[in-house]
Design a protein around this ligand. Structure first.
Ligand SMILES: [Zn+2]
Ligand SMILES: [Zn+2]
Length: 780
């Protein structure tokens, strides 16, 4: 069964009731969630029921060793995550035999998180689980809970391999939510090729967060990256420190009187901060404080200009921050304005369990009023009582947008959610095309459990758990026999009369890197102390911890002194640069095979297998607050090859010759169209811009024509390029629209420039991209 309804519609109760009943009958329950934080929250909810016969326990990376044995032997309600199931429970199933024997129900919570490559891995882990249960004679019911998704039954079947019933009617009471689409203004700053730079979504979000917190409005800001969330919190805290300073140091100002919690003013603007707002809701500058000028768009109310320092110039540097603990927050003394900055904190998965609990508690109690977070909270941690949600940058899917927006609104009251556009073609498209968001069904969740790069490692793990027999093969899907043959040829499995065996000494589960991109992880070490800060998987290391990269860890900023790939170490030192870094790569692509093709306008659209060679060649420095470009530094890293799937289109010479005659730079036009189409594909394929890559050329060796490729950035493919092929007309039409609707003249990061472009965004031809896409989309 899958229950697919909105946030806070009572899904937990729907699975808790039968689950607790099963426990009382002597059965056991396995509860799976993508995050530890959500498991801890569920554990708290279960314990609050005070049913002594339900012996609930979490079993994850945070569980101390001495407790693990108790959990295995005595717990009848085990809360864990797919990683732990993959590495811990399944390989050691004999230690869990009494648990698996009595297993009645598997709850898969927040299952919309299982998409793309990660979802494909989880699908195979669930198949392994079903097989182990069968070994112990149990046949548990799978109960899945998901945010609203289209065709949830079909998705649940792909995820579990079982026929599914779906429940999709949501009758829970709710207030209304006002959604604002917010586009930061272009600034006077100039970026690559003299392009105008838009104010960053994080800077706008930090301003809004600070303003809302001063107005006593409980606000959650969703920021896509961990680094972004930390930047928003740091910069909003710095703003509050300025406010607190001016409030406590000046006596002839108005007494601060934050507006009561509640919804924003009727104009749709956020409630102005202490100070003297005029009737229109706009801020009037306090005496002695210069008025604000260019940093807000016409629709955006002025905020706390108390220091008069334009934040875009990096005025809110990290050096201005008050003393802080390791997490950058503490429980504030609310009677005193100096405690104001402490009302804002950053949150993400990866903090220690006790820190997370403390922070969640502070938010519930109202000692923390503003929280900047990655999607760790999106995955179900119960934070109630929020008035406003800020969403910095398109969260990737309509389903995520509605889920994040659904966090706002306490006790059925009205709420506000603001989507703040990033400097990127998809965000630009969306804030100019509300019809792409409203009144449309949410997207289907894409995963591909048959990807041989996913299936292979899980077949090895399954064989290590219990040797694979012929009867097991249908459980793992149609492609299993071919993949098994390949595993035998590689010497990973051995074929014997009784079936397939894992005979190697290594752990088979190490072959599957379910969340990462594979390879040996790189350790991130602080050079002065030898302290291990964390690890980064090898492909990501090239972009995240290359020499010279800015690396954020739990609110602290580090500079990477050196990345030593051979030693598997990145040495970092504490620093506070006022810029961020973006790695840039150059890419070559060759076609291995075409699976499908059809005509598209005068051109042809293809889908097939490709080999991609990528090399990170340099990194770009951009100023933290403004996004202004500071320079491009070369790097010396080895190339990496990737066999994956791609969608590509070609245009014949007869179609492009007239464009060239009209003075269009064909290479620049194709390149611009490629960048923008990569930006827009996530609207159709539930992927992330960073999950896909592209190559464009006026003349490709394999096609002999002008060609634009967009490929899956994961070994073996992830289903994204395939969706692009299926939705090509809509996708490329939206791409052209996004370029056309950007107000810049010759191209900017909101339309055709890409932060990861290895060619330094050269050449690009905006007008040409519109023409070339127009040609491709001409009805023949
Ligand atoms: Zn533009
Ligand atoms: Zn490029």
């Amino acid at each position: 069964m899958i229950i697919s309804t909105g946030t806070a519609s009572g899904k937990s109760l729907a699975y808790l009731t039968p689950a607790v009943t099963a426990c009382l009958d002597g059965g056991t329950i396995l509860y799976l969630t993508p995050t530890k934080a959500l498991a801890a929250d569920q554990l708290r909810a279960l314990r609050e029921l005070r049913i002594t016969k339900v012996r609930a326990a979490t079993f994850d990376g945070d569980t101390p060793f001495e407790e693990r044995k108790w959990v295995r032997q005595h717990a009848n309600y085990v809360l864990t995550n797919p990683d732990m199931l993959h590495r811990g429970l399944l390989p050691r199933h004999s230690q869990w035999s009494s648990f698996f024997r009595r297993l009645r129900m598997v709850v898969v919570d927040e299952c919309h998180g299982y998409r793309g490559v990660f979802g494909s891995h989880v699908a195979q882990i669930l198949r392994r689980l079903r097989r182990v249960c069968a070994r112990y004679g149990s046949d548990p019911t799978f109960l899945l809970a998901s945010a609203t998704a289209s065709e949830p039954g079909a998705f649940a079947k792909r995820l579990t391999g079982l026929e599914m019933h779906e429940v999709t009617v949501d009758a829970s009471p709710k207030g209304s939510t006002t959604i604002a689409l917010w586009e930061p203004p272009l600034t006077d700053l100039r970026g690559e090729g003299g392009a105008p730079v838009r104010r960053t979504a994080t800077a706008e979000t930090a301003d809004l967060l600070a303003d809302l917190v001063v107005a006593d409005i409980r606000t959650l800001a969703f920021v896509r990256s961990r680094r972004g969330a930390e930047t928003v919190a740091l910069s909003a805290r710095a703003k509050l420190a300025d406010v607190a300073f001016s409030l406590t140091s000046s006596t002839d100002r108005h007494t601060p009187s934050p507006s009561p919690p509640g919804s924003p003013s009727e104009t749709g603007h956020h409630t102005p901060a202490p100070g003297s707002p005029d009737e229109t809701g706009h801020h009037t500058s306090a005496p002695g404080s210069p008025s604000e000028t260019v940093h807000y768009g016409p629709s955006s109310p002025a905020s706390l200009a108390t220091s008069g320092e334009p934040v875009d110039e990096g005025g809110a540097g990290e050096g201005d921050l008050p003393e802080e603990g390791s997490l950058g927050w503490s429980i504030p003394d609310t009677s005193d304005w100096t405690g104001l900055p402490d009302k804002i904190a950053a949150y993400r998965a990866g903090y220690l369990a006790e820190d997370r609990r403390l922070l969640e508690k502070a938010l519930r109690a109202g000692t923390i009023m503003g929280l900047a977070t990655t999607n760790a909270l999106e995955l179900g941690v119960d934070v109630s009582g929020l008035d406003t949600v800020l969403i910095a940058g398109w969260p990737g899917t309509r389903a995520s947008l509605w889920q994040q927006a659904g966090r706002a609104g306490r006790d059925g009251r009205d709420a506000l959610a603001i989507l703040i556009a990033r400097d990127d073609p998809l965000d630009t498209y969306l804030v100019h095309h509300p019809d792409a968001l409203f009144g449309r069904p949410v997207e289907a969740i894409v995963l591909d459990p048959d990807n041989p790069y996913v299936l292979g490692p899980h077949l090895c793990a399954a064989a290590a758990e219990i040797p694979l027999a012929e009867d097991d093969l249908p459980v793992f899907g149609d492609t299993t026999p071919a993949v098994l043959e390949d595993l035998v040829a590689q010497g990973l499995l051995r074929r014997r009369p009784a079936g397939w065996f894992w005979t190697r000494r290594e752990r088979a589960t190490d072959l599957a890197d379910i969340r990462g991109g594979g390879g040996t992880p790189i350790q991130v070490v602080e050079s002065s102390t030898g302290r291990l800060l964390g690890s980064v998987d090898e492909p990501s290391a090239h972009t995240a911890v290359h020499t010279g990269a800015v690396y954020l860890h739990q609110g602290e900023t580090f500079l990477v002194e050196v990345l030593d790939l051979e030693a598997g170490v990145a040495l970092v030192s504490s620093a506070s640069p006022d810029y961020t870094t973006f790695a840039r790569d150059i890419t070559d692509i060759s076609i291995l095979g075409t699976q499908r093709s059809h005509a598209l306008g005068p051109g042809t659209l293809h889908f097939g297998e490709v080999e991609v060679t990528r090399q990170v060649v340099s990194y770009l420095k951009r100023r933290l607050q403004s996004g202004e470009m500071l320079g491009d530094e070369p790097l010396d890293l080895p190339p990496r090859t990737l066999r994956t799937r791609a969608v590509w289109w070609t245009l014949p010479t007869s179609a492009v010759a007239p464009l060239a005659e009209a003075g269009i730079d064909l290479g620049g036009a194709a390149h611009a169209a490629e960048h923008a189409s990569i930006g827009l594909l996530p609207l159709f394929a539930t992927c992330d811009r960073w999950d896909i890559g592209g190559v464009s050329t006026e003349l490709h060796a394999d096609t002999g024509l002008l060609t634009v490729f967009v490929y899956d950035g994961h070994e073996g493919g992830a289903g994204f390029a395939e969706r692009g092929y299926a939705r090509a007309t809509d996708w490329l039409t939206a791409t052209r629209e996004a370029i056309t609707s950007c107000e810049c003249e010759r191209g900017c990061p909101s339309c055709i420039q890409s932060p990861k472009c290895g060619n330094g965004n050269e050449p690009l031809d905006k007008r040409g991209a519109i023409r070339i896409l127009g040609t491709l989309l001409t009805q023949q």
